[in-house]
Design a protein around this ligand. Sequence first.
Ligand code: GDG
Length: 470
Amino acid sequence: MPAPTPSTATFLVVANRLPVDRSIDEAGNVSWRTSPGGLVTALEPVMRKHGGAWVGWHGAPDEVVETFEHDGFTIVPVPLSTDEVEEYYEGFSNATLWPLYHDSVAFPEFHREWWDAYQSVNRRFAEKAAEIADEGATVWVQDYQLQLVPQMLRELRPDLNIGFFLHIPFPPIELYLQLPWRRQILEGLLGADLVGFQTVGGSRNFLQLVKTHTPLKVNRDAVEMPDGRQSVSRAFPISIDTQGFRDLANSPEVIAMAEELLDDLGHPETIFLGVDRLDYTKGLRQKVRAFGELFDSGELDPSKSVFIQVATPSRERVEEYVRLRNDIDLLVGRINSHTESLGRAPIVYRHASFGRDTLAAMYRIADVMVVTPLRDGMNLVAKEYIACHASDDGALVLSEFAGAARELKQAYMVNPYDLNGLKSTLVKAGSDDPAEKRRRLRALRKQVNTHTIDAWADNFLTALTANRAL
Ligand code: GDG
C-alpha cells in the first residue's frame, strides 16, 4: 500500500535490490513477495527488529514505484532504466565485479560504459539515502553493487554514521589490481566508518591494498582519513536466524511436507541434497559430474541413493548464466538417461524457486548436504541445513573455498576442483560411522546456535557506533 511521502529514518539499509519482488496477477492486482538470495535472507530479520527504511531497486526497469510500508519497515524504491540494468547491474556488477571478486572463475569483462553507469547509479542511491536519513542516522550500505555509495554519501551528509558490508569475497590483491578503477573503488569504500568483510582474509587484502595503493596511513585495522576520521575494516562472518529456521523445520506443516517428499522419492537409504542459486561460482558442474561418475561406477546405487539438486533461477539475462543452465541441463539429462532402472532418476534436478518451507522440509530429510562452491563469501545454505536437520545422523560436505569453512570446521571438507577427492568424501559422508557423524553435527550445531544473524548485526552496529564515538 503506498505511503504518503517518504519520511525520514534513523536506520537505513541501502542495497541494490529490495527484499521484495512484485508480482501482478491476471486481474492486475499487485502483491509483494520476499525475494530469494543470501542478502535478503540475512537482512530481513535485522530490518524487522530495527525498523527504519530499506532503499533499493524494485526489480522492474523504467518504472517509478512509490515508497510503501512492509513488515514493519519502509520500502524506498530506487528506479533504474533498461540501459542501467544492462550496464550497471548485468554489466559492471555481474559480469565485471562478480567474477573478478570470485577468483575469476569466469572471465571478468571490463567496459568503460559499464563503469560510467555504475558511477551514476551509485550516485542515485547515495542521493536517495541522503534525502531520507535523519540527522546523525546510521546508514548500512550493502554489497559489491554499491561500493561507491559510502564516499558519495559522506560528501552529501558528513553527519551520518556509515557502515558498509561486502557479502562476497574481497579478492586476492593480484586479481583486484586488474580492475581499471581500483583506486576509485578503494576510495568509495573508505567513505564508510566501518567496512565489514565475511572473512579475516578479505579485510586483510583490503587493508594491504590501501597501504600499498593509496597515500593513507593504516594503523592495524584503522585507516587514518584526511578529514580526521578513521575508517575501520574488520571481519564479521554473517549468519542466519537459527531459531527461526529450526522452528520452521519443526513445524507440523514442514514435518508433513517432509514425509510426503520421502514418499514421492520412494524412501531412499541416502538422500544427498544441493540448494544453490544457479551460479557458476557454486561449483554445480563439478558436483553433478562427481555424482554422475559415482552412479555410473556403481559406488552409489541409484535404487538406494538419490541426489536432489535445487538450482534457483538467477541473473538469467547474463550470458555466462545461460551457458551454465544449458550445460547443467545437458549433464543431468545424460547422467539420468544412463541408468538402467525405470524407477526414479538418480539425480532429481529442479531449476525452480521454492518456498522456504519446502527448503526446510528438504533440509530435514537430507542425509548429506552438499555445498561445494568454487568460491563463496559465506554460504548460508550450509548453516540453514545445520539449523533445520533435526536428527543427529546428518552430514555436511563443505568446500574449503566457502567463507563458512572458516567457522564450520567439523564439516566433511572438500576441494571441489579435485573430483576424486570430492567423490570419496561424498561416499564417506554418506556411509560414515554414526558416532562420528553425531560428533561432527553436534559441534556444527553449537557453532550455528551461538553465531546467529542477531549477533552478527549487533556486533557490526556496535562496532560502527563505537568507531564513530572515537
Ligand atoms: C550472497 C553470497 C553469502 C535459495 N534458493 C531458494 C532460496 N534460497 C535462499 C537460501 C539462502 C539464500 O537463498 C542463498 O544464500 P547463499 O549464502 O547460499 O548464497 P548467495 O545468494 O550467493 O548469497 C554468499 C550471502 O550473500 C549472505 O551474505 O553467504 O556467500 O554469495 O538463504 O535458503 N530461498 C527460497 N526459495 C528458493 O528456491 N525461498
